[in-house]
Design a protein around this ligand. Structure first.
Ligand SMILES: Cc1cc2nc3c(=O)[nH]c(=O)nc-3n(C[C@H](O)[C@H](O)[C@H](O)COP(=O)(O)O)c2cc1C
Length: 366
């Protein structure tokens, strides 16, 4: 209530990227106040064995994670964890630091509880993030999302091998700190992020490179939501050969702008991808479709896109996700959203007579 009626109206008067930067900056500073993260954690954490999930051999206290893009360079992981998330995914992080796309590159669509994002992967680079993570321990599993360096609009085109090497350099630097790696194969906001990995042999080349690194944490792939089921089938043909790939999630779409109630003259000139409520039903459908396509003994799904309530999270899990993530709901609903979702999930688990949330995975997909 306080967030929605007092803090959000103030924040929404500020330029969106500035507000986001301040949120990360101040969250990071809170971590240095002795005992504060512990107090926040006790306030937000919902502890109940019925919420515990397993993914790729890792145990998570609850199925709600922070999606990549909020804490891009891992500057406020402890503070984010203290909001009650079962895991935090930082990134996307690339081998070299990047400034991302020119500003402005983030817009709010309050009427739709959505965001239009065209960041283009600004981050401090793998070496700087590795230095920041060195010696730190976190309570919840930490996902690290990796991507190719966006060298900016005026850079010469990169050859394929240097793109693949970029992922491998970051993986080597950051795997020691990660509970899992998420390879972002589909950034909607960079030219090479859209269909580069559809080209014959490219994904195979990347996965061969990873195999030779002998990384000992599970790896998941963040893939494009565009295209039909045959695109995923082609991807699975390649991925099936690599045991270390444990699952998938969908990224945002660079082109899909359906379901917005905000008039198009507001957003038609903004480049970028839409997150939040307008993509919720579509992501439910895609999660169902992917769940039906994959071998459940081998792969699991993490799903993001418009999750803002317990009902949203439960429906997505019933559609096939083992865990969900959110980002836009943190902007619209505030820091209490994770606790509300986890409490609501317990209510839904009880209502349906389940012993654990995992029993709901995929029940609506078949
Ligand atoms: C501001 C913003 C920045 C994002 N940055 C990244 C990113 O760097 N890497 C990535 O894989 N996904 C990124 N995403 C996508 C999110 O991780 C997530 O998949 C998507 O926003 C859907 O969830 P939501 O509707 O809860 O926001 C970003 C999304 C937003 C809104």
């Amino acid at each position: 209530m306080i967030y929605r009626h007092l803090i959000r109206p103030l924040l929404f008067r500020c330029e969106p990227e500035w507000a986001h930067d301040q949120a990360i900056l101040w969250s990071g500073r809170l971590e240095s106040v002795p005992g504060l993260v512990g107090v926040l954690s006790r306030l937000h954490r919902v502890t109940d064995p019925r919420l515990q999930v397993e993914l790729a051999g890792l145990r998570f206290d609850n199925p709600i994670g922070l999606a990549a893009g909020y804490d891009k360079s891992g500057r406020a992981i402890g503070a984010m964890e203290s909001l009650g998330f079962g895991h935090v995914e930082i990134g996307s992080i690339s081998a070299s630091p990047s400034l991302g796309n020119p500003k402005p590159r983030l817009w709010r669509l309050p009427q739709d509880h959505a965001v239009c994002v065209h960041y283009g992967l600004p981050n401090e680079g793998a070496a700087a993030v590795a230095r920041r993570l060195s010696g730190r321990q976190f309570k919840a599993p930490l996902g690290i999302n990796l991507v190719n360096t966006n060298q900016g609009p005026s850079a010469a085109p990169q050859n394929a091998q240097s793109i693949l090497d970029d992922y491998c350099i970051s993986a080597k630097a950051l795997a020691p700190f990660a509970s899992y790696l998420m390879l972002n194969l589909s950034c909607p906001n960079t030219a090479d992020g859209r269909d580069f990995f559809d080209q014959p042999g490219i994904l195979d080349g990347l996965l061969q490179g990873f195999e030779s690194l002998s990384i000992d944490v599970p790896v998941l792939l963040k893939i494009s939501p565009d295209g039909d089921a045959s695109r995923t089938d082609r991807l699975l043909e390649t991925v099936d050969r690599y045991d270390f790939i444990k699952g998938f999630m969908f990224n945002l779409s660079p082109s899909r702008r359906l379901g917005l109630t905000t008039p198009s003259d507001v957003w038609s000139r903004w480049p970028g991808a839409i997150s939040g409520r307008p993509i919720r039903a579509w992501m439910d459908e895609l999660t169902c479709r992917l769940y039906r396509q994959i071998d459940h003994g081998r792969y699991q799904i993490i799903s993001a896109g418009g999750i803002a309530s317990a009902e949203d999270a439960y429906r997505r899990i019933r559609s096939g996700a083992s865990m969900v993530q959110l980002l836009t709901a943190l902007i619209y609903e505030g820091p209490g959203v994770v606790k509300r979702i986890n409490r609501g999930l317990i209510r839904l688990i009880k209502r349906d007579g389940l012993a654990n949330i995992s029993q709901a995975i995929g029940v609506d997909a078949n």
